[in-house]
Write a protein that binds this ligand. Sequence first.
Ligand SMILES: Nc1ncnc2c1ncn2[C@@H]1O[C@H](COP(=O)(O)OP(=O)(O)OP(=O)(O)O)[C@@H](O)[C@H]1O
Ligand SMILES: [Mg+2]
Length: 179
Amino acid sequence: MQVFAEKQVAQQLATCEFITSSSTIACYLSNDGEVSLSSFIADQWRCADTRVTRITLPVIHPINKGHLLMLAYTPSTQMTENKYGIVEPALACNSIELVKNHNVILMPLVGFDRQGNRLGMGGGYYDRTLSSVRNEKKRPKLVGIAHDCQEVNELPAQPWDVPLDAIVTPTRILHFKND
Ligand SMILES: Nc1ncnc2c1ncn2[C@@H]1O[C@H](COP(=O)(O)OP(=O)(O)OP(=O)(O)O)[C@@H](O)[C@H]1O
Ligand SMILES: [Mg+2]
């Protein structure tokens, strides 16, 4: 079931213009039942000779509390475990990629609704990190990755919750209008 979801999502993403036209894409390593992006990342690495795509992963910001820092992720990246037991790239200053320089940010979630509201794990990490770019004209496309069963009727959105531009599930690609 997990592997099926992982492969399906990789296939769905490969059909998205916002992915095929991107040069820098933030991904995540799945935790606790989240849809894995490992197949997608492996596909991107494999295509790296024909199309230059930079993959990044979020790491807990070492200074700015509650924020994430995006670091380049390649097959040779040295990895470490953060305080939540999640594997992340070891901090290296020359690997930092600014959030605003991403074309797409793929995010895990706990729940989503048809308005593009996203419920995360409750740390506010993505909300804080994206708060600086959410109102920019040119900003990364924010895409939630989910199992179909993570859809709920309506999520109560707080002012700090950054809405999604799209959701990709193993069977669906949903686009939202948040401008
Ligand atoms: N931009 C922000 N500035 C300050 N505090 C924030 C901001 N965004 C979120 N928070 C704080 O983080 C807490 C958790 O936020 P929330 O419940 O929305 O997390 P989440 O969206 O589930 O988590 P995540 O963003 O990590 O996926 C909130 O109680 C809020 O006080
Ligand atoms: Mg939130």
